[in-house]
Design a binder for this molecule. Structure first.
Ligand code: NAD
Ligand code: UD1
Length: 338
């Protein structure tokens, strides 16, 4: 299939381009590079031997989308483009709503005009309400989001669900990611956050390489096996393969479907630190710090539905996640910058 990949130069998008190519599909990328580098797509070519057709442009720009859909016979869209920093979304909420909702609505309008009615959307476990029992199932309660970023995902899900309800020709697949980590095993593509990382794994790897003095472990008094927060970390290559499964599902099924992409296993912050140290034979200095506001003790998926319906499940383990993160970080200490 010819797959339009919005935000395809980003962390998850670039890994998904690799898996799409390896599964025989043709990715066509639009990205405005607001949080990425086009060099990621050069690396995708180095890994796969296939050049990715790239349009530098904004998904909120109808004219840019018109051009792409006129020039290419697109079968399906994977919509990654979006802003994703939780803290930033609290300080510039309007920018988040404009970008994340605006891009989704403009994209769907242009798709419909061109008769392209299959979309896979990057949602997040953050749409689940904090008062659910674990593990989280697709039927668990959503809403009560704690930040504007989370609300944009919640609202985009609703917009897409309503589109599928109004026009039975649409296939809408909502993928709720848990905690993506790791990198392609080649060490050529990976995650390089701007500034000080908010998420655990990039902070661990930047501490290991000496860019950060020490990791602050946010709270050791949670009701978990060692007191630190537990999350469902998923290797980005498994996540990328989940998108290949999702486009096959969209090709065969109309209507709306929602899937968790997680492993079903939770690890604590200290589990991850120890696994990283062991896998890479390197020390990660840390201190115990106060809890981070808004954090839950525990969050992990029930991935049963994805396994049964998408025939997908995560294959990489915690050691793979830690080893591949470090391989990318140590080969590319400054990300895609020279
Ligand atoms: P990323 O920032 O690396 O990738 C997003 C890409 O979208 C970037 O390349 C950015 O330049 C591009 N972009 C943003 N707005 C755009 C616009 N208006 N037009 C064109 N391009 C635009 O982030 P990622 O981690 O790869 O995340 C991809 C998607 O998955 C996002 O929607 C994110 O919210 C979602 N998600 C990510 C995580 C995570 O932990 N990484 C978890 C859950 C959901
Ligand atoms: C965060 C976002 C969530 C987003 C997800 C993407 C918040 C509140 N939530 O989730 O919306 O979808 O990232 O991956 O920001 N930790 C430390 N020290 C650090 C960083 C993190 O101890 O320097 C701990 C956290 O307290 C948490 C765990 O590590 O227990 C994972 O944190 P993080 O990687 O930020 O992910 P989430 O909080 O799950």
């Amino acid at each position: 299939m010819n797959v339009l990949v919005t935000g395809g130069a980003g962390y998850i998008g670039s890994h998904t381009c690799v898996e799409l190519i390896e599964a025989g599909h043709t990715p066509i990328v639009i990205d405005n590079l607001c949080n990425s580098s086009a060099k990621s797509l050069d690396r995708v070519r180095e890994i796969t031997g296939t050049a990715v057709k790239f349009y530098e442009g904004d998904v909120c720009d109808e004219t840019a989308l018109e051009k792409i859909l006129s020039e290419n016979a697109i079968d399906c869209v994977i919509h990654f483009a979006g802003l994703k920093a939780v803290g930033e979304s609290c300080s510039i909420p309007l920018r988040y709503y404009e970008n994340n909702l605006g891009s989704t609505m403009t994209l769907c309008r242009v798709m419909a005009k061109h008769g392209v009615k299959k979309i896979v959307f990057s949602s997040s476990a953050t749409v689940y309400s904090g008062d659910n029992e674990m593990p989280l199932r697709e039927t668990s309660k959503t809403g009560n989001c704690t930040n504007p970023y989370g609300w944009t995902k919640y609202m985009c899900e609703q917009i897409l669900r309503d589109i599928a309800k109004a026009d039975p020709e649409w296939s809408v697949v909502l993928l709720r990611y848990f905690n993506p980590v790791g990198a392609h095993k080649s060490g050529k593509i990976g995650e390089h956050p701007n500034g000080i990382p908010n998420n655990l794994m990039p902070f661990i790897s930047q501490t290991a390489i000496g860019k950060r003095e020490k990791l602050s472990v946010f709270g050791d008094d949670y009701d978990t096996h060692d007191g630190t927060g537990v999350r469902d970390y998923i290797h980005v290559v498994d996540l990328a393969k989940g998108h290949v499964a999702a486009i096959s599902h969209a090709a065969k099924n109309k209507g709306e479907a929602v899937f968790n992409l997680g492993t079903g296993t939770g690890y604590s912050v200290l589990d991850m630190v120890k696994a990283f140290e062991t896998a890479n034979d390197i020390k990660v200095p840390y201190v115990i710090a106060p809890r981070r506001p808004g954090d839950l003790a525990t969050c992990y998926a029930d991935p049963t539905k994805s396994r049964e319906v998408l025939h997908w499940e995560a294959k990489h383990d915690q050691t793979d996640m830690c080893r591949d993160t470090w391989h990318w970080q140590s080969n590319n200490p400054n990300g895609y910058d020279e």
